[in-house]
Design a protein around this ligand. Structure first.
Ligand code: UT7
Length: 325
């Protein structure tokens, strides 16, 4: 009998503090940084983002998202036998966010670890959890994408600080006799490390380097539109499906123009693309599970439909997961 991995539940959480472009522009103006709602909307599609308050970490956001996913799945935290958190903004250098979430959920004992693949992190984490479930080493897994990117933004750099937000999304994955995850495809190419990075690190009790986000936006944009089509096609080929079999495209939410371009290449109308970038901004590893949860809870995504999840981010990393919901 084949074992598959199915999504048993989804959940998400946004910190309450919401800033529209106008709110952010006003805050930046007070520091001498000029931007506008019109520029941000035209170039990115972003209209608002959420920022966590001081003292709230990825583990707090991730735990809330996890509680909601567990509730939808009808699974209790002590039934979990695997927890993976995708994040590039952990609460601390170590221990992992995953172990903190485990503890906050009141669970103990099961393996818990973080995956760091920046904006592709959730795709990587789901791929690892799926492999462990199909290998028989886990049967109920919690996979979370959780980020507080507001902590690593340079609010003097208008080319990046208007793009990102904080949040978390989660799925509960379960071993099943029915598919489930149909295919996945993940990649990395470290030669592109400098086009998107946070180059600071901790050494000898000091932070060395510059611990804020640096991005060559145009270089990232160009690479992203190419690899997002490639990886979607790779997952379709592995599952012996075609473009027209995709019911919903749930891409990493970085820029509406990248999403439009990917949808066009996959011959999908924009109505079949789940878009949350307008309300969330780019929440890195959290963006895909956040978007998934929004469209599950508002009733757009129905059981039995084929979902193409795909992401791209620093590293450079990219990948996709094709799943029958
Ligand atoms: O999550 C990881 C994946 N990340 C991404 O996918 C990001 C990919 N890249 C992008 O989304 C876009 O490249 C950006 C949104 C980052 C930038 O858009 P762009 O169309 O590539 O703009 P640009 O960098 O070419 O800048 C155009 C102009 C510049 O002014 P000049 O030189 O033409 O006078 C910038 O200084 O826009 C100016 N500009 C701004 N103006 C107002 C840049 N940022 C801002 C801003 N407000 N916030």
């Amino acid at each position: 009998m084949n074992i598959y991995t199915r999504i048993a539940g989804t959940g998400s959480f946004l910190p309450p503090r919401r800033l529209t472009n106008a709110d952010l522009a006003a805050e930046l103006a007070s520091q001498g940084v000029e931007t506008s709602d019109a520029w941000i909307v035209e170039r990115t599609g972003i209209r608002a983002r959420h920022f966590a308050d001081a003292g709230v970490g990825s583990s707090d956001l991730g735990t809330e998202a996890a509680r909601r996913a567990l509730e939808m799945a009808g699974v209790s935290a002590d039934e979990l036998d695997l927890i993976i958190v995708a994040t590039s903004t952990p609460d601390m250098v170590f221990p992992s966010v995953a172990t903190m979430v485990q503890n906050k959920l009141g669970a103990a004992g099961c393996p818990a670890f973080d995956v760091q693949a920046v904006c592709s992190g959730f795709i990587y984490a789901v791929t690892v959890a799926d492999a462990m479930i199909r290998a028989g080493s886990a049967s109920k897994a919690l996979v979370i994408g959780a980020e507080v990117f507001s902590r690593i933004l340079d609010f003097k750099d208008r080319t990046t600080c208007v793009l990102f937000g904080d949040g978390a999304g989660a799925v509960v994955l379960e071993a099943s006799e029915q598919p489930g995850i149909l295919a996945s495809d993940i990649h990395a190419d470290g030669k592109h490390r400098d086009i998107l990075s946070v180059p600071g690190h901790v050494s000898g009790g000091n932070v060395l380097g510059d611990p804020v986000l640096k991005m060559d936006g145009q270089a990232v944009f160009k690479l992203a539109v190419g690899v997002l089509e490639e990886t979607a096609r790779a997952s379709l080929t592995k599952a012996a499906l075609q473009d027209s079999d995709i019911d919903w495209l749930i891409p990493h939410q970085a820029n509406i123009r990248i999403m439009q371009s990917t949808a066009k290449k996959l011959k999908m109308p924009l109505e079949k693309v789940v878009v949350t970038v307008d309300q969330h901004g780019n929440t890195s590893a959290a963006s895909i599970p956040l978007a998934l949860d929004v469209a599950v809870r508002d009733g757009r995504i129905q059981r039995g439909q084929n979902l193409m999840l795909e992401g791209v981010g620093g590293g450079f990393t990219w990948g996709s997961v094709l799943v029958k919901f």
